[in-house]
Write a protein that binds this ligand. Structure first.
Ligand code: SAM
Length: 251
């Protein structure tokens, strides 16, 4: 049935045409969201690293780039959404954030060793086209990070399929907009449909768009990290997001 009723968009189409303009609204209060990430990042081993370069893969509007820059890192913020990068630009005018419009893997392929921190958080990893791409992110991070440098991966656990009404997830609402997410599980990916009801001229109008995400199991990603020369210092669930902190082992 899939593809007959509703064609899936690519990740880029989904963000450009549907999600980017409401992405930060969906996260709720901007300052509160930033504060949560300030607290989370300050508790990781990155706080003990020299204040060199940090790379934020799939930075969006900057929930991780901004705290990293405030901590004193020189941040390279990578994303494919121009709208979200514009939003980050406005919020980081006085901070050391370099904004780069690029695909994550294309960017990593051009980088040499020397970063202190790499983060790929907020479920960005599951947006990659396949598992092989995730392995490439891990391998490239092992090459680019300095010894003892820190990699943080945060993504939702889609390994166990949701069924029935648990697949409908209320995301955010206001007096003029209601956002719901619907997840449909297939063998190695899920189809994510973001539904928005917007109140326009006294009428509720629906807009919907679907795109694929890959299914990742946190324990399997921890094993891949260890095989690539990282030690996993923590693997915890924070607000529905598995957050894996790994440190590159010295030779
Ligand atoms: C769920 S958002 C997370 C944003 C941010 N890290 C946060 O926590 O709010 C995923 C982001 O990854 C970006 N993205 C997805 N695939 C990408 C790719 N292959 N290269 C660069 N950015 C990508 C999207 O444009 C989007 O901004």
């Amino acid at each position: 049935m899939r593809g007959i009723l509703c064609k899936m968009n690519t990740v880029t189409e989904h963000y450009d045409n549907h999600l980017a303009e409401v992405y930060s609204w969906m996260a709720g209060d901007w300052d509160a969201a930033l504060e949560r990430y300030r607290t989370l990042l300050a508790k990781t081993p990155i706080d003990s690293r020299p204040r060199g370069r940090a790379i934020d893969l799939g930075c969006g509007s900057g929930f991780q780039s901004i705290p990293l820059a405030e901590m004193g890192f020189k941040v390279s913020a990578i994303d494919l959404s121009n709208d979200l990068l514009d939003e980050l630009r406005k919020h980081s005018e006085t901070l050391p954030v370099e904004i780069i419009h690029s695909d994550i893997l294309n960017y990593l392929n051009t980088q040499e060793n020397g970063a202190e921190v790499i983060v790929c958080m907020g479920d960005t990893l599951t947006h990659l086209p396949n598992y092989q791409s995730v392995l490439k992110v891990i391998e490239a991070s092992a090459r680019i990070l300095a010894d003892d440098g820190v990699l943080i991966l945060a993504f939702r656990d889609y390994a166990s399929p949701l069924t029935g009404i648990t697949r409908f997830i209320p995301v955010q609402s206001s007096s003029t907009r209601i956002a719901t997410c619907f997840l449909e599980f297939f063998d190695d990916f899920i189809e994510v449909t973001d539904l928005f009801y917007n109140l326009t001229d006294g009428q509720w109008k629906l807009s919907a768009s679907s795109y694929p995400k890959i299914r990742l199991a946190p324990d399997q990603i921890c094993e891949e990290l260890k095989s690539s020369g990282f030690s996993v210092t923590s693997n915890e669930c924070f607000r529905g997001m598995f957050t894996i902190v790994a440190q590159k082992e010295s030779p």
